[in-house]
Design a binder for this molecule. Sequence first.
Ligand SMILES: Nc1ncnc2c1ncn2[C@@H]1O[C@H](COP(=O)(O)OP(=O)(O)OP(=O)(O)O)[C@@H](O)[C@H]1O
Length: 263
Amino acid sequence: MGALDIENVGLRFRTQRAGEVVALSNLQMRIPDKQFAVIVGPSGCGKSSLLDLVAGLKEASSGECRVNGRTVSGPGRDRGMVFQNYSLFPWLSVQKNVEFGLALRNVPMQERAEQARHFVHAVGLKGFENAYPNHLSGGMKQRVAIARALANDPEVLLMDEPFGALDSQTRAVMQELLIDIWERHQKTVLFVTHDIDEAVFLGDVVYVMSARPGRIVDTVQVDLPRPRHYDLVTTPDFIELKRRIQKNLYHEVHRAMAAADAA
Ligand SMILES: Nc1ncnc2c1ncn2[C@@H]1O[C@H](COP(=O)(O)OP(=O)(O)OP(=O)(O)O)[C@@H](O)[C@H]1O
């Protein structure tokens, strides 16, 4: 049993234009406890759909997802999600955004304020507790989203291109921050990205998905030493892993484009 088991998962949609769309087919993954797993794949291969299934926001057409042996049947606080578009509440301060999930669970006011403050500081936002999201940069908003997810103490953190909208310098800073937080809090992470450097830099393992219907075409173990810092990206071992992923991904992107042309 893994912390996260994706067992023969299939996902189909009915659409008016294209009839039945098979997004995922017989997907099989076993992610051990506290592993940092990354998924890369061509656009439209079903990466976001997979995260939605694990989050309980979509229902599988076949197979099932399990979190520490429990079958997913809807959203739950054992899974925290961080999206690309921040999804913060604009009318709440940083502190209140991070407190939100704790308030829903009726955690007493003082305790939730302390816990939220702890995570706001952990993501480097000390002094911004009373700021509102529209006064924050993209990187800062994403720090709040990470703090909010962690404050609920999930068993699994699901991250859907969380740094996709950030400029490259902010992105590098956020990757180092995430690695640091992950090393301290030891969560199981399932992280989706288009960026191969990001995948290798962050992951213990990188899954390469095929063009739709999405399945795993390569599983790349990333045995690079931790703690990781950004100078790692120029080392021969890093470049070799990147080359392997790039080769498979390139092939799948071409397949996806050929399928789109034929449709
Ligand atoms: N509600 C829906 N109805 C019909 N088709 C859908 C629906 N949601 C997703 N799809 C289709 O399922 C496939 C997988 O979509 P998904 O968004 O999961 O892919 P993705 O790999 O995350 O894409 P991207 O990398 O571009 O974000 C796509 O072909 C998409 O068009």
